[in-house]
Design a protein around this ligand. Sequence first.
Ligand SMILES: NC(=O)C1=CN([C@@H]2O[C@H](COP(=O)(O)OP(=O)(O)OC[C@H]3O[C@@H](n4cnc5c(N)ncnc54)[C@H](O)[C@@H]3O)[C@@H](O)[C@H]2O)C=CC1
Ligand SMILES: O=C(O)CCC(=O)C(=O)O
Length: 393
Amino acid sequence: MTKIRTYNQISSKGLDRFDRAQYQVGADQQDADAIVLRSHKLAPDEIESSVRAIARAGAGTNNVPVTHCTERGVVVFNTPGANANAVKELVLTGMLLSTRGVIPGMAHIAKQAGGSDNAALSKQMEADKKQFAGNELAGKTLGIIGLGAIGSMVAGMAIDLGMTVLGYDPALSVDAAWRLPNQVQKIENVTALLANSDFVTLHLPVLDSTRNLINDEMVSAMKPGLCLLNFARDEIVDHDAVIKGLDNGQIGRYVSDFPRYELIGRDDVILTPHIGASTAEAEENCAVMAAEQLKDFLVNGNIRNSVNFPALSLDRVPGAETDTRLAISNKNVPGMLGKILSVLAEQDINVIDMINKSRDEIAYTLIDLDKAPSSAAADAIRGIEDVINVTVL
Ligand SMILES: NC(=O)C1=CN([C@@H]2O[C@H](COP(=O)(O)OP(=O)(O)OC[C@H]3O[C@@H](n4cnc5c(N)ncnc54)[C@H](O)[C@@H]3O)[C@@H](O)[C@H]2O)C=CC1
Ligand SMILES: O=C(O)CCC(=O)C(=O)O
């Protein structure tokens, strides 16, 4: 039995992809082969030596100790794009709530509760509604920082709404560039984007290089009165700088999916409880994608959408028995493949097919063999210096 331990609420549509004849799945699984989680902050000591892979049903992996996993040869997956539409729709909600009098208008109506004369209520509301007038999004400029799965969808939506879209992404992948609507004006530096936008929305990961990206200097570069939306991560924003910006009018509104005590109760702040991806559709998409990627890895050793291992896939030889594939991860140093293949040759095992790729400090190899390797052969490969782990699949 393969054991999968879960954290958080993972959609059953995803977990049902694990056939219970072969998998035990649940929050109580000890000595797990793999972990599926959402926002649970995973500590290194929660990752037992049995764990081979961790799947984040979502985009951000800042809650997983990725460096520690890489050193241990644990593959960390995420599900890029699977919740992008949900976030896009909440960004639209945030923009509309920041610019129309919906929240104060609702609060005003709630204060009228208890009366019975609806004609009088209607007359009063018609008189009061001038307090809740707003502005339209059409014709305004939206700056997007981070043009990946979410940023590109937000860009398309904003263009459809009649907005001008500026985009900044110094690390844009080729795939993401293809997805981006061609009306997006690419800006080479963040300050120029901030100076020319009415709304700015953050859609980048939290990394050492992006922590506190929105700091005092960036706030002072903003077009006065700008609306800043943060559906990315709390740590990307220096909150002292944002509060100063709100107090001096440099920031008109701050919309954030990451509540903080110092922001609660301000009329110029809209907070939501990290619900960017909290739709039935996104939760299902993420869980299904996480489960499928994990199964393909656990059964075949294939890797799709990992944040620390190379993408790699090897078709099973038709009719081949199981237990004839080796999955090997090792430090990315010269000569490893030669040493591994020598062990197999010494054991008189023939290689039918193989693939090897590296990413930063890690290398990963799948080798199909003409017969199952003896435990002595697998142990001999494990014994090679700089081999991290070896699994027979
Ligand atoms: N509020 C919520 O519930 C959710 C929040 N998120 C957050 O949104 C982030 C983005 O998600 P996706 O678009 O799916 O990821 P993605 O990986 O598709 O896109 C991220 C983009 O940010 C860019 N980037 C990296 N460093 C940058 C920098 N210094 N300046 C500008 N751009 C930079 C990358 O090149 C990439 O194109 C996630 O990492 C996560 O933290 C994601 C999903 C749900
Ligand atoms: O799973 C969730 O609700 C959080 C989603 C998120 O923040 C992400 O995918 O990065």
